[in-house]
Design a protein around this ligand. Structure first.
Ligand code: 13P
Length: 250
């Protein structure tokens, strides 16, 4: 049985004050109820120390939204895995579609970030998914396979025993256009089968999250699908109540 996981991706939102309130609200809600998936929030780098203090000792995990593809050195603007560990980061998103689209992340640099996270004991959340044009050209499976292949080639399939995959169809991110339960399940199942062909045990164990306009009112249906183990939540994670509802709908 796989443990469910719901991760909030705050993206570039909030202020120190509002983000502290948000984290406090989520922690309080999780403390008040024992029935919930494992939960974490991926916060902007600068807020890691403050949010880290708030989540310490709670059931809310802490993550970053990106991680350097090098260990240290002259890489202006990057944040190393070893630095994230100092602030209690347990997770790091790697290869989010916004990083791939706007900041030039490639399958290769994403694979390097994945390895850097693991070298420091941070669990990478590898984000993969197709654009609308790729879906319409029936390339969805090929796209996610290629995104996986480059990481498998660099890190090895066994590295996936300490990783999470997030399937985020690019056309569903921030658009209000969620994949249907069946559309998401189809791709999740394909991803799990693809990994199973290389290692059945890892495929059975790995958590595959769905991301893309997931909300309290559609989370239950998505999470009921056999290969969907939780969610990576953008907009709806910016409100403590709606994030908690999603965490509780597992
Ligand atoms: P939305 O939930 O706002 O569509 O964002 C999804 C996402 O990109 C999470 O990483």
């Amino acid at each position: 049985m796989r443990q469910s996981l719901v991760v909030g991706n705050w993206k570039m939102n909030g202020t120190l004050a509002t983000n502290k309130l948000l984290a406090e609200g989520i922690v309080a809600g999780l403390n008040a109820s024992s029935e919930s998936a494992a939960c974490a929030v991926c916060v902007p780098f600068v807020y890691l120390p403050s949010i880290g203090d708030i989540v310490k000792g709670s059931r809310l995990g802490l993550g970053a939204q990106n991680i350097a593809n090098k260990a240290s050195g002259a890489f202006t603007g990057e944040v190393a895995a070893s630095m994230l560990v100092e602030f209690g980061c347990q997770y790091a998103l790697v290869g989010h579609s916004e990083r791939r689209t706007y900041y030039g992340d490639t399958n290769q640099t994403v694979a390097e970030r994945f390895c850097q996270a693991q070298e420091q004991g941070i669990t990478p959340i590898l984000c993969i998914g197709e654009t609308l044009a790729q879906r319409e050209n029936n390339q969805t499976f090929a796209v996610v396979e290629e995104q996986l292949d480059v990481v498998i080639a660099l890190a090895g399939i066994h590295a996936f025993s300490k990783a999470v995959i997030a399937y985020e169809p690019v056309w569903a991110i921030g658009t209000g256009k969620t994949a249907t339960d069946e559309q998401a399940q189809e791709v999740h199942h394909h991803i799990r089968s693809y990994i199973a062909a290389k290692d059945q045990t890892i495929a059975d164990k790995i958590q595959i999250l769905y991301g893309g306009s997931a909300k309290p009112d559609n989370a239950k249906g998505l999470f009921a699908m056999p290969d969907i183990d939780g969610g990576l939540i953008g907009g709806a994670s910016l409100d403590a109540e709606s994030f908690l509802q999603i965490c509780h709908s597992i």
